[in-house]
Design a protein around this ligand. Structure first.
Ligand code: COA
Length: 484
């Protein structure tokens, strides 16, 4: 477990400075989320104007608590944060999580520098400022002023945009995507994406990392650490500022260096990071990586009841560098034993519009048995003669009976019944999507990731050979790379 940020994510005690009595104020909501989120450690509200908040004893300052404090959440106006930092430092706190806005993003660079200076003087690390907080499900810790309920899972989400992060907490719940952590990084005055990547790279509770990133200060550190993490678990990046005009907007949002779009594309690729254009795709990929992380081989079979859906999937796969090959003869011969003569036994296999769920079962079951087929994309277009849910059940039956761990992705296109079938499949760990393009793109991500990871491994091997591992890779990762 990566040491430097350990106590930020596993705090024994938290003080909330600016824990307001007003239930609508940010400091109050933060305290309420921490208390009601199931956090097992000690929680101390800090507010000089009252004795109790939410039934907890309140203290006039952090230093007056007279007990060890690991994390201090700061929710007072920016100009008061320096005095709070001094006091927290004297009290021996390890981390300052500064929610307050009003620093670099509005031109007050000196105030931000001063905040970090004071924190460093006392040996504290700073998350923020200008953030909505952070959440870490394994500790039952929701120190955000975002939604209270989230679905615990294995995706860590690091975001430079606060509002987007809060919205995504809601989105992930609606879409039933489980998260291990959500971290708002804001102005990244001290703790940055690379530090967090290092933590989540080592975190056994996290299997996939999503980044929403506008820019970084230290590109080399980011590249080095991301490279060592991406060979172990997938990192997906929504890079804001993909166009020149977007890059300018990103630069003025948080004031960090955003770099040109072409430069970023190269950096992310070199770091083994899957770049995506939008939030929807990031979560589509994350859903896939929740179940699969390795592509066993290049031969993908597409089974569909609609020719158009098959063509759309073929195009999307090809655009993502995955080409379909003809199915093995053994498979084609088998299909001919039950499919109507007008069905297509080429790839995509078109089992025809009226195909009953039994045909999905037979076609998939056999595909999972044949060694020359490495992954299957099952597409279903809702028709009046077939039932989406029954088709979903047939898919699950084929997978469970075969005991196969080949990647299987489903695309179910239709109305509310198709949506129900998608939910059914997802609950049974089969990634499922509402369009053929999204399903194909998600499956292709497995191959994109495999290619990126291989390239990064080769680059790291070369670096190792030439002894050029960058000196800024801290702690365990650096040791791990050097000893290999
Ligand atoms: N120590 C402890 N508590 C203090 C304090 C101090 N030094 N000074 C003031 N307080 C108390 C206040 O009395 C108040 O409590 P009360 O309501 O019970 O009287 C509470 O702390 C909050 O202070 P207040 O001055 O009312 O601030 P606020 O709640 O209006 O705003 C912020 C504080 C941090 C929320 C605000 O300055 C801010 O930055 N908002 C933007 C946050 C944001 O959007 N972040 C980025 C998200 S992506």
């Amino acid at each position: 477990m990566s040491g430097e940020l350990y106590r930020l994510f596993y705090p024994r005690s938290i003080a909330v400075v600016g824990a307001s009595r007003d239930p609508n104020k940010i400091g109050h909501i933060l305290l309420r989320n921490i208390v009601s989120g199931g956090f097992k450690g000690k929680v101390y509200p800090v507010n000089p104007s009252t004795d109790t908040i939410l039934g907890l004893e309140a203290f006039p300052s952090v230093s007056s608590i007279n007990s060890e404090i690991d994390v201090v959440i700061v929710a007072v106006p920016a100009e008061k944060t320096i005095e709070v930092a001094e006091d927290a430092g004297k009290a021996g706190a390890e981390f300052l999580v500064v929610i307050s806005s009003g620093f670099r993003e509005v031109g007050r660079i000196d105030l931000e520098k001063k905040l970090v200076e004071v924190a460093r003087k006392h040996g504290m690390r700073v998350l923020g400022p200008n953030i909505f907080g952070y959440l870490y499900a394994p500790s039952g810790l929701n120190a955000t002023f975002g939604p209270r309920e989230i679905k615990p899972g294995r995706i860590a989400f690091i975001t430079q945009s606060g509002a987007l992060g809060i919205a995504l907490m809601g989105y992930s719940t609606v879409e039933e995507i489980g998260v291990s952590s959500v971290v708002s990084v804001g102005n990244k005055a001290d703790i940055d994406d690379a530090d967090l990547l290092e933590f989540f790279g080592d975190d056994p509770n996290t299997s996939t990392i999503i980044l929403y990133i506008e820019g970084v200060e230290d590109g080399k550190k980011f590249l080095d650490i991301a490279s060592t993490v991406s060979v172990r678990k997938p990192i997906i990046a929504i890079k804001a500022g993909r166009t020149d005009v977007g890059a300018k907007a990103a630069a003025s949002h948080t004031g960090s260096l955003s770099g040109g779009p072409a430069l970023w594309e190269g950096v992310l690729k070199q770091a083994g990071i899957l770049q995506v254009k939008d939030v929807e795709t990031a979560f589509d990929y994350a859903r896939l990586f929740e179940t699969y992380s390795v592509a066993a081989g290049p031969s993908i079979l597409v089974i569909t009841n609609g020719g158009g859906a098959g063509v759309q999937a073929t195009d999307t796969l090809a655009e993502n560098g995955v080409l379909l090959s003809e199915p093995p003869e053994e498979y084609v011969n088998y299909l001919r034993t039950f499919l109507p003569p007008y069905a297509s036994t080429r790839n995509p296999v078109d089992i025809t519009g009226g195909a009953p769920d039994e045909h999905y079962y037979l076609a998939l079951r056999k595909a999972l048995e044949i060694p020359g087929i490495h992954a299957v994309l099952v597409l279903y277009c809702q028709t009046m003669t077939t039932s989406p849910l029954k088709t979903g059940e047939a898919i699950v039956r084929a997978v469970e009976e075969s005991g196969s761990n080949k990647p299987i992705v489903a695309g179910f296109i239709g109305g509310s019944e198709a949506r129900k079938a998608i939910d059914y499949l997802i609950q049974r760990h089969i990634p499922a999507y509402p369009t053929p393009e999204r399903a194909a793109q998600a499956l292709a991500a497995l191959y994109r990731y495999a290619r990126l990871r291989e390239a990064v491994k080769r680059r790291l091997d070369l670096l190792r050979l030439s002894g050029e591992i960058h000196s800024k890779i801290p702690g365990e990762l650096r040791r791990e790379i050097l000893k290999k």
